[in-house]
Write a protein that binds this ligand. Sequence first.
Ligand SMILES: Cc1ncc(C[n+]2csc(CCOP(=O)(O)OP(=O)(O)O)c2C)c(N)n1
Ligand SMILES: [Mg+2]
Length: 817
Amino acid sequence: MAEAKVLDQIRISAKEILEDYRISILSRETSIIGRKEVFMGKAKFGIFGDGKEVPQLAMARVFRKGDHRSGYYRDQTFMLAIGELSVQQYFAQLFAHTDIEADPSSAGRLMNSHFATRMLDEEGNWKKQTELINSASDISPTGAQMSRLVGLAYASKLYRKNPDLSDLTDFTINGNEVAFGTIGNAATSEGLFFEAVNAAGVLQIPMVLSVWDDGYGISVPNKYHTTKEDIGKVMKGFQRDKDGPGLEIYQVNGWDYMACVEVFEKATKLAREKHIPSLIHFKDLTQPLGHSTSGSHERYKSKERLDWEKEYDCIKKFREWIIENQISTPEQLDKIEKDAKYQAKAEKEIAWAEYLESIKHDQIEAAKIITTVAQKSRYKREILEIKAELTKILNPLKLDFFKAVKRTLILTRKEKIPQRQRLINWLSKINEDNQKFYSSHLYSESIHSSLNIRGVKPVYSEQSKVVDGREVLQAFFDGALARDKTVIAFGEDVGKIGDVNQAFAGLQKKHGDMRVMDTGIRETTIIGEGIGLAMRGFKPIAEIQYVDYLIFAIQTLSDDLATLHYRTKGGQKAPLIIRTRGHRLEGVWHSGSPMGMILNSMRGVNVLVPRDMTRAAGFYNTMLQSDDPALIIEVLNGYRLKERIPDNLMDYTVPVGVPEVLRRGSDITIVTYGAMCRIVMSAAEELEKIGISLEVIDVQTLIPFDINHTLVESLKKTNRIVFADEDVPGGASAYMMQKVLEEQNGYHYLDSKPITLTSKEHRPAYGSDGDYFSKANAEDVFDYVYAMMNEADPKRFPEIYNKNYHIPQWNPEVIDN
Ligand SMILES: Cc1ncc(C[n+]2csc(CCOP(=O)(O)OP(=O)(O)O)c2C)c(N)n1
Ligand SMILES: [Mg+2]
């Protein structure tokens, strides 16, 4: 009777419960073995999902095809239960096996327990998500899964509310898809968590967010993380009630299987049917093996706590519950345990054997060739010692062989031994392989790569209208929204007023509030929203109001967006366009041009810096056809400058990686971008008057940068070069200099010291004078260029100032010393 009652209540058969139990044991055993493998030196680091098994089994019960997960490193039980991970694959990742088949989540690129499903086919196109279990790729920064979770859930809402999209059945069936989030208790202290939860409450989206609360974040107990030590309690203000919509907040003991199943059923029903978000606080979870392999939890947990954790281990409780309710017998459960443990061990062994096999071939080859070189070399003894050292290494890695080969080649560098060539060939093959294993897929490698989008020149006629720059963009965005129903735009003030500079003015009214939307002030979640939407088939244009405020979102941009394609080795992508504006206007927080910061943190995202709105429109058009993500920075003080709308506005594109020569000249090449183009051009006119001929080049795109190496061609002609921008000294100007002088071998052609002309180190001061004396201006360009000519030909270009007036970066006095 008792049995029937329980099973009736949760509508799960005894068989299913026992299968869940089996998976919980399989998962736990995987953790236990994994930890040992790390301690044996077979993997570098291990972090496991022990102590969180039971609620994850319950989550897997309600998760359907088409749904998405955005979680963190504790979710192995869920991934096993949902059938998207095998124990063997789990171990392949632990061992850093670089084969996609072996580790589909990351092809050995991520540390263990960073899960992902392969959402793209081999050509880089989306698979049919509605027929798949979808898991966004995990990242390590705590709480960072939250921002994209909002986008993954929001997509369902947009799909349901916009009937025009109902045929996009690869991504949605009536917006029924739920986005499941998971997060640790300690990570809820991150601003990302609160920002995303608030956004979910505002947007009313199908998000089911679980907090796995084990009382700790590494060694730090909840007392230091959470007000009242209870995140569920703290979140009560978000509870939907008579005052308005919000989230449904639940609190459940994570060791209580039945309660876990029930709560997921309730929360998921609300999400799927009504798009009401939930937060479920799973309390009283444990960490039987401690936080990770980095240290034991006995160091910081009291005996009482450790005893309690043993008592409340969720699997122990699950077993007790099964027996108590006569769903199975202890003997039967013992048998399940024994089989599951056996399976975990067997799969681990296969994973290890396959990993070894994958590197063995090259190693044997290297060892063989080293021996043949040794036979012919004067350094036979030393080389054989190198080889002997290799054989002493317990689990030799690729790098051990690589180093040994290099040492052998250095030793024999003066010898003419034919076998040396074989070693060199081996090195070059390994290098090539390793490029594929460790460095591919930073950018799209599909036919939709932005590098494949050809440039289409603007066409003008007598009918071409002359308008404010912002109207060029407005016309383009209008056309883009009309042309492609998956294009959407959102950000602070983007909806009703059409952004602070009016490029979307009237477009919400025309295309609807499911296409052009206002958001709250929450930059990092704006980006996350864009990532999630892009991962679900939209072409989002996410706006950050000023480039100065991009800093709030750098974490999401850098850790999530920029790494997504790389960290999944082409398994996932987010073709998101981020629109922002900057470079120059007023004061410390409205004039920034932190391009170096952006370039150094966002490799993996195109960084495009159009000098005017026509160029910007061309870049939007390029990127809307591409599957690379891009940041497009418009010139903040250019919206009211007059431009002509190209007649072919919707066809015209600006290619990425192709600089444009704005002015031909013969004395000095000046390389710049963005708002500086106009300034440099005006200085060039003044310089022309006194007989100095500037070649002005707008690089247009910083990532990718001058793919055809045209800048060095200009330098070959002028032999003098200046890199000018509005970043701090050593910022993007240094990046450009490295590209031209080092990558393009520009140093060969220099007759003068190469110069960077930048803003001051501090942020720009307010007002026109503050701007003038903080940022590079036309007079600075003139002075720097003139000083260069003065040094080259003092007779023709006598010094203008005396030695008391110092031109930074260019002071002949300093150079003479
Ligand atoms: C932004 C960030 N800060 C610090 C860390 C280091 N770190 C890794 S896990 C962790 C504790 C997380 O605890 P919790 O969120 O409770 O998850 P649990 O590991 O307990 O499941 C910390 C501090 C990190 N990964 N990311
Ligand atoms: Mg924790």
